[in-house]
Design a protein. Structure first.
Length: 229
């Protein structure tokens, strides 16, 4: 078993979800009573969002590299970022990393391809919905990525920043998100990717208009497979 290093804290609630899901998935596969070896480096989500908003991506990359190196020095043999937004710089980060890093975007792309999807809707922070990293990776599998309208993006981002990251999950927000998913389906989405690790905490186990691809669970599955190699 390899030790997994997690860059977490971005945001804290989803890091807790990752930890819980990894343990459950590991113990489902390895039914010998053992538990996985996990290191968590919880970093400052506010600093991360400020760097992304200011488009200081080189500085973001350098900072994340330093934090990944901390995990490697502590004994991590494979790592992941427990968040979608910092995947803006994943290619360069992965290239320079001291340990292999598992991309949530690549894992989600593989999962969508296995389901035979040709068009997926995308929900996440505005940085994710407007970024090119999901469309570029999914295009390699022949899958189109459909973002919400500008107005819906603004709503999703505002609620993400003001409610979901602080850990507040309101029924009224859930209903509005479900309406946005319905509009994505009417626009051609065959499934909707929850490309924000707080979104499953709001929408998991909810009936909605289109199939939901829970990027967190998909990423967790990829991580457990890598740990057991």
């Amino acid at each position: 078993m390899r030790t997994l290093g997690i860059i977490g804290g971005i945001a804290p609630g989803s890091t807790v979800d990752y930890y819980r899901l990894i343990i459950a998935a590991y113990r489902e596969q390895k039914q010998d009573g053992s538990y996985p070896s996990i290191l968590i480096n919880s970093i400052d989500v506010t600093r991360l969002l400020q760097l992304v908003a200011a488009n200081r991506l080189e500085e973001l990359t350098d900072w994340l590299l330093w934090e990944v190196d901390r995990l490697a020095r502590a004994g991590a043999e494979v790592g992941l970022l427990a968040s979608n937004t910092p995947h803006l710089v994943f290619p360069e980060l992965s290239r320079q990393s001291a340990i292999p890093l598992l991309s949530i975007v690549e894992a989600a792309s593989d999962a969508a391809a296995e389901l035979g999807l040709r068009t997926v809707g995308l929900l996440g922070t505005q940085f994710t919905m407007r970024g090119r990293f999901y469309p570029e990776v999914f295009a390699q599998r022949g899958i189109a990525v459909l973002a919400p309208s500008a107005g819906d993006q603004a709503y999703v981002h505002e609620k993400y920043m003001k409610e979901l990251i602080p850990g507040e999950f309101l029924p009224s927000t859930r209903e509005r998100f479900l309406a946005i998913i319905e509009r994505l389906k009417r626009g051609g989405a065959e499934g909707v990717l929850l490309a924000g690790t707080e979104l499953p905490l709001l929408l998991r186990d909810t009936d909605c208009a289109a199939p939901l691809l829970d990027a967190t669970r998909i990423h967790v599955s990829r991580a457990v497979t890598a740990m057991l190699r």
